[in-house]
Design a protein around this ligand. Structure first.
Ligand code: T4K
Length: 400
């Protein structure tokens, strides 16, 4: 333990805190409802392949977001791959480096080069000003990511797309339930991709979806999700198995029923963190625009090493020692991960803000399993560590 026993309650005191506190603990809806759905599924003996629960889930997601089509998938990574292929992207696609590596992998997996654009440090999203100068004759599209659920500058990206005849799509893995200028994420670009992974705001164990208002694109994606089958024996496209199972749809539907409660819990937790971290030099939580719909699913803290007495890595080490497993998403950026590090060894030169901000951010636990009393303890650990930074740093050096 880095701090003295009074604050080091995790593991040392209350047995309720003996288990590590994770970022990304799944939210779980009404168990009876879930089990009722699963029992119905077992009775029907229809477990996958566009079953009734998947159809119901798709209709409810489309309705919630306000889009014409939702095609549910086994996960968002496969959904991204299918969307990219359905849009016939090739050559080079511009994408932020500051994202989960799945965004870049979905391109590289199909031998399309992800060209990394820098972020706007105020939003953590792709900076449209850096995008235009990356366009080459090989560029076919822009894949924006709504990082932390705060949608990208969709209007400017769409305008760049029109000007250069590029296709625009969005990785909305974080953004289910979030809006930009009142329009829900899901309606921007040619199509958008949600993740319903266990760690996400809305979870279906594993899962994802492509949403679009384009009828032809939706039809094509639906076929591609199921090996390209257009009927019993007729294959119309190169396809893959991207199908969502019925049990995942059962979980997704059950999660959808508690969405208002989840937003309220996440918002309560976010506001508690903001209040309890307030006034700490060099420490700030990212802001959500209260005029928009937000899911408040991510507690993202930025550490300014010029003003804070401990840097991001030191604070995360202290939290880990206290059993709070804070995460450094999306450090060090895709461009510093393989295969991109080897393929594009000079990419960092064009990514100064990504390099700077990625080294300052960490995420804290939230969701149903975290209450305000726990947040008080977490923020107390941070506060105490900062106020005792000299001894904390010495203790950290000993543990290395
Ligand atoms: N695009 C973006 C922008 C994304 O953030 C993601 C996924 C994707 C695309 C791809 O979506 P999917 O294909 O996954 O649908 C986790 C998630 O696995 C990943 O879905 C997510 N982003 C990413 C941000 O976080 P890891 O490698 O950090 O996972 P892991 O195993 O370290 O778990 C994360 C935390 O969650 C841990 O603290 C443990 C906790 N956890 C996890 C699971 C699965 C639980 O407490 N219970 C659980 O059941 O990627």
């Amino acid at each position: 333990m880095i701090l003295d026993k009074k604050l080091a309650v995790f593991g040392a005191g209350d047995p309720a805190f003996a288990e590590p506190l994770h970022v990304g603990r799944p939210n779980i809806g009404n168990r009876e409802q879930l089990l009722r759905r699963i029992n119905g599924m077992l009775d029907r003996r229809w477990l996958s392949n566009d079953g009734p629960l998947v159809k119901e889930f798709e209709a409810k997601i489309a309705n919630y977001v306000g889009v014409k089509h939702c095609i549910a998938m086994c996960n968002a990574t496969v959904a991204l791959e299918i969307a990219i292929r359905a849009l016939e992207l090739k050559g080079e696609v511009i994408v932020p480096s500051y994202t989960f590596v799945a965004t870049a992998h979905a391109l590289q997996w199909q031998e399309i080069a992800p060209v990394f654009a820098d972020m706007d440090p105020h939003t953590c999203n792709i900076n449209p000003e850096t995008v235009e100068r990356l366009i080459t004759p090989r560029t076919t599209g822009i894949l924006g990511v709504h990082v932390w659920g705060r949608p990208c500058d969709t209007n400017v990206l769409e305008a760049i797309g029109r000007k250069h005849r590029l296709k625009i799509m969005f990785d909305a893995a974080h953004a289910f339930g979030c809006s930009r200028n009142g329009t829900m994420a899901g309606s921007f670009g040619e199509c958008e991709v949600f993740s319903f992974h266990a760690t996400k705001f809305l979870n279906s164990f594993e899962g994802g979806a492509i949403v679009t208002n384009n009828d032809l694109l939706a039809e094509k994606i639906r076929l591609m999700r199921n090996f390209g089958f257009k009927g019993f024996d007729n294959v119309g496209y190169l396809g893959v198995n991207g199908k969502m199972t019925e049990v995942c749809a059962a979980m997704g539907l059950t999660s959808l029923e508690i969405i208002d409660d989840l937003i309220a819990t996440n918002r309560r937790n976010y506001e508690a963190y903001v209040r309890l971290l307030y006034g700490l030099a060099g420490i700030s939580a990212i802001q959500y625009n209260p005029a928009e719909h937000n899911n408040y699913h991510y507690i993202v803290v930025e550490v300014d090493p010029e003003k804070s007495s401990l840097n991001r890595d030191e604070l995360v080490s202290v939290l880990h020692a206290e059993n709070v497993l804070a995460r450094k998403y999306f450090w060090p950026g895709c461009h510093r991960m393989e295969p991109y590090r080897s393929l594009q060894p000079n990419a960092a030169l064009l990514l100064p803000e990504t390099e700077r901000v990625a080294s300052r951010i960490f995420l804290l636990p939230t969701g149903q399993t975290v209450d305000v009393a726990t947040i008080e303890i977490i923020c107390g650990i941070i506060r105490k560590a900062l106020s005792e930074s000299t001894s904390v740093r010495a203790a950290l050096r000993q543990t290395v």
